[in-house]
Design a protein around this ligand. Structure first.
Ligand code: SAH
Length: 384
């Protein structure tokens, strides 16, 4: 039997309208509270069940739904949810296999890099169940190794320590593997996030189709995903910029290994734009980190995005292309479009929208969970 807790009366909580989280302040908490990691039923003010969720006693997000039914995660359900997520990805060799709430596994992220897996546990309940999760992944996928990247800062909010380990207990060296048609140096124990960024792989190929004969600037390039794909597709020149030395090193090694003509430099993109006002590019990619991580940072983020888009638009040749992305869920598609429009206005550039893009299907958007709808991009062609 699961312990049941009730919502408090007060302003209607988002969980009533389908959101998968309930905050501690929204729940009646005068009786004994569950322990972190326990499976708990939540009941609304009329006594109707809102489903079953994982309890977290340290975090403000006290309850995260994994099922609309009344069911423990510790029976067959955990394996069933893992297998359903894997099946949804239809055997893609490099992809996000499991994405947290969007796959009903709140706090579990699993990325697949061919025969390697990288796992992150971001909630107490998932961290506690990692042994069973790893067993299931091994049984289903027989990976060469599983890296457990428990170094995300949000773990602290759950009262969890940080570590980076492997399922075998042996360290995993960086290795080369094909992603798309490029050999990429994958460092699952050292790279950013779960090793790399997987959410823009489709965009790398999409933008590369526009790159032939163009001078390309890949700003916030990380390991050079866009730039390398553009070089492979016949770009005239490629310059990639990122503030991370490790990421730039990996990009440079990949350019050498794939015999591609692409230059990568360590730079703060804002400073670089400030110092380089006379250069011209025919294709600029802007793929910055999420500037708006909290509600309070939205205004500053909007100014940052505006600045970047303005600078980029000024450096584009006539008929030049801007591919501009934002991965802050707090900045909506419309807000970001307005930023880009006002940047074009200030730069006195006329541009048409060639395409508007979103996140790939292996990072599914969960309806009524705005936090899962984060990536947006606009591909523009400058007319004058
Ligand atoms: N374009 C990449 C993903 C970029 S993620 C891809 O397609 O895979 C954002 C990147 O911005 C990270 O690599 C981070 O190191 C870098 N970054 C963050 N702030 C920066 C800054 N001010 N200047 C340059 N790079 C920055």
């Amino acid at each position: 039997m699961l312990q049941s807790l009730r919502l408090k009366s007060g302003p209607p909580a988002r969980v009533i309208f389908g959101h998968p989280w309930a905050f501690l302040g929204e729940i009646i908490s005068n009786g004994p509270l569950p322990k972190s990691g326990e499976c708990v039923e939540l009941i609304d003010l009329k006594g109707k069940s809102l489903g079953s969720g994982l309890w977290s006693s340290k975090s403000q997000i006290a309850w995260r739904r994994y099922s609309h039914r009344l069911v423990s995660l510790d029976g067959p359900l955990l394996d069933e949810l893992i297998l359903a997520s894997i099946r949804r990805r239809e055997n893609k060799p490099v992809c996000r296999l499991i994405w947290s709430e969007a796959d009903n596994l709140p706090g579990l992220v699993v990325d697949r890099y061919n025969d390697l897996l990288s796992v992150q546990a971001l909630t107490f309940g998932i961290d506690q169940r990692l042994p069973q999760i790893i067993d299931c992944l091994k049984r289903e996928l027989q990976p060469r190794e599983i890296v457990i990247r428990n170094d995300a800062s949000v773990r602290k909010l759950e009262g969890l320590d940080n570590s980076i380990t492997t399922a075998s207990g042996n360290p995993l060296e960086p290795c080369w593997m094909k992603i798309g048609d490029i050999e990429v140096r994958v460092d699952l124990m050292g790279g950013q996030k779960t090793g790399m960024y997987l959410d823009q792989i489709e965009q790398h190929a999409r933008i590369a189709q526009l790159a032939k004969g163009r001078r390309v600037l890949d700003a916030f390039c990380n390991q050079g995903g866009f730039g390398l794909a553009c070089a492979k597709a016949g770009a005239l020149s490629v310059l990639g910029l990122d503030s991370s030395e490790e990421a730039i090193k990996a990009a440079q090694l990949a350019a050498e290994r794939n015999k591609l003509n692409a230059k990568f430099e360590v730079a703060n993109v804002f400073d670089w734009f400030g110092a380089n006002r006379e250069v011209t590019f025919d294709l600029i990619i802007l793929d910055p980190p999420p500037f708006a991580r909290s509600k309070e940072s939205v205004d500053g983020a909007m100014r940052g995005y505006k600045e970047l888009n303005l600078r980029a638009l000024r450096l584009l040749s006539p008929k030049g292309i801007l591919a501009t992305y934002s991965c802050s869920h707090r900045i909506s598609d419309e807000m970001y479009f307005e930023v880009v429009e006002s940047a074009a206005r200030d730069a006195r550039r006329q541009a048409i929208l060639l395409d508007r893009v979103s996140q790939p299907s292996d990072h599914p958007i969960l309806l009524n969970f705005p936090e899962s709808r984060y990536l947006k991009g606009f591909i523009l062609e400058v007319r004058s």
